[in-house]
Design a protein around this ligand. Structure first.
Ligand code: ZN
Ligand code: ZN
Length: 143
């Protein structure tokens, strides 16, 4: 096979992998999952996308602000959640319910003010992509 053909095939594989992963995300909007879940699901439907490709695509979607990455308590694996309708998840803070795992996008002006005040008072620039406020949501409080 010529070198060009090889490059084209790699490109096709990449595009296909990304498409499949985005399909998965859209079908699972609002659900938290791990890279392994995506890999297993693709495998289950007969798509042969390797783990490294899945991982790389998820990371890329995070940097594009389309996907939210966080770590659950006691969990080694990073969890992801598709942030449909919430553009640029790397630019605002999030809160997660410790009981149900739901993630809230804190896209409110006062939250931005809060970040600015932390910066002004303590000289800390909050890294939104790595910060998760944890607590219990209204639905879980009654338990
Ligand atoms: Zn968000
Ligand atoms: Zn909850």
């Amino acid at each position: 096979m010529s070198k060009d053909g090889d490059v084209t095939m790699k490109q096709e594989y990449k595009t296909k992998a990304r498409g499949l992963i985005i399909d998965y995300l859209q079908q699972n909007a609002g659900v938290r999952f791990t890279a392994r879940d995506v890999f297993e699901q693709l495998k289950a439907v007969g798509e042969n996308i390797d783990r490294a490709t899945v991982y790389r695509n998820l990371e890329k979607l995070c940097t594009e602000g389309k996907l939210l990455r966080y770590r659950e308590n006691d969990s080694q694996a990073a969890c992801y959640q598709y942030s449909e309708g919430h553009e640029q998840c790397d630019r605002h803070l999030h809160a997660q319910c410790l009981s149900c795992g739901r993630v809230f996008h804190l896209e409110n002006e006062f939250v931005e003010e809060f970040e600015k005040k932390i910066q002004a008072t303590y000289g800390i620039g909050v890294d939104c992509s790595k910060t998760m406020i944890v607590g219990r949501c209204d639905d879980c409080k009654t338990e």
